[in-house]
Design a protein around this ligand. Structure first.
Ligand SMILES: [Zn+2]
Length: 364
């Protein structure tokens, strides 16, 4: 049984045989979530829960690496400032996922369900937000995700931050547009079948975007050259989404083929800290990764390059402000406190969501 409601936790029960525990519940936060299994001890019995902890896109690991690597594509006029603040740029890469339960409308910024608009939607949907609103209405667009349009909006916010020469805003907007661009490169962020739940691939989302990059990241080549100017950021965002969507069939088909080969041990367990986590086994991951023939690396390279390109483009379009004067920017005590308060609020909202669905699971 599968309860699907986008932007909320999605709960599904899975057959006992699949997990070999007395009670199994698989809990997913939507397409942007990372799977984990928590062992919860209740009434002296162990219950197995697979819980998707708020993470999303490329997972915390991937998003942070992606933003970090994008810094090294920047030209000399920009790189010193960005390098100086590389820790923040990397860490804040995951803020859009952290706040998705606390900020209304946040969830829709991370994906677009192209399939709900019919065949060739990637080519036929209105490129610009106002045209799309005119055609479909804002509520309908929000319901199916808005990532390509939101990237364009975020680009203007970054350009304006450069025009204002506001270092805090430049860093915040740079980190966050990096997140949305990275999400737009994930094939499963372009479909309503976001976790393969419609085609018996449940769990594939976190497998593709978190497990594979974590296992094979060190094998990837991230030499990407220098950032270049993008003539039209809106169209570039659509290109990214379209290319990701074209890869979707392979993502699903190859996993199906592999899972049908009975000699493959699909899952095993790993202990991470105090948690026992069910993961796709290393051998299974390796075979799937090989079948994808470099896809994860290609998508990662492509989004890192595009992030650098968009940062550079926003800076050029703002008149190439001198960033040297901003290098020594330090957030004030007040700003730091505000960040902490914000983070605590995001965490509380997330925990509330996860708990609500654990209880729902336990009642079933
Ligand atoms: Zn995301």
């Amino acid at each position: 049984m599968y309860f699907s409601f986008r932007d909320q936790l999605v709960l599904t029960s899975i057959p006992k045989s699949q997990i070999n525990f007395p009670l199994g519940f698989l809990i997913f936060c939507d397409a942007q979530l990372n799977q984990k299994i928590l062992m919860l001890r209740r009434n002296q019995k162990w219950f197995l829960f697979t819980v998707a902890i708020l993470c999303g896109g490329w997972g915390f690991f991937g998003h942070q690496k992606i933003n970090r690597l994008a810094v090294f594509t920047l030209p000399v006029e920009m790189i010193t400032f960005y390098k100086h603040h590389i820790r923040y740029i990397s860490e804040a890469a995951v803020n859009p996922d952290r706040r998705r339960y606390a900020v209304e409308g946040e969830g829709a910024r991370h994906y677009i369900d192209l399939d709900v608009y019919g065949d060739s939607a990637a080519y036929q949907l209105p490129r610009y937000w106002n045209e799309a609103v005119e055609k479909f209405g804002e509520d309908s667009l929000q319901a199916h995700g808005i990532v390509p349009w939101h990237i364009y909006r975020a680009y203007f916010q970054l350009r304006d931050a450069f025009m204002l020469k506001d270092p805090a805003k430049i860093l915040k907007q740079s980190a966050e547009i990096g997140h949305y661009i990275a999400d737009a490169h994930v094939p499963l962020h372009t479909t309503s079948n976001y976790d393969g739940q419609l085609t018996s691939h449940v769990g594939i989302h976190a497998f593709w975007e978190s497990r594979l990059p974590e296992l094979f990241f060190n094998e990837y080549d991230f030499y990407l050259g220098k950032a270049s100017y993008i003539k039209n950021v809106q169209l570039a965002a659509w290109d990214a989404v379209t290319n990701a969507h074209l890869a979707l069939d392979s993502v699903l088909q190859f996993e199906k083929q592999l899972s049908q080969q009975s000699d493959n041990l699909k899952f095993n367990f790993e202990t991470k800290g105090r948690q026992t986590v069910r993961v796709f086994s290393f051998n299974y991951s390796k075979k799937y990764h090989a079948m994808l023939n470099g896809m994860v690396e290609r998508q990662m390279r492509s989004c890192i390059k595009m992030i650098g390109d968009v940062w550079y483009t926003a800076w050029v379009d703002a008149g190439q402000p001198d960033l040297k004067t901003l290098i020594n920017y330090q957030p004030t005590e007040e700003e730091l406190k505000l960040r902490q308060v914000e983070l605590a609020k995001w965490k509380a909202e997330r925990i509330k969501n996860v708990r609500a669905h654990e209880e729902e699971a336990a009642d079933r």
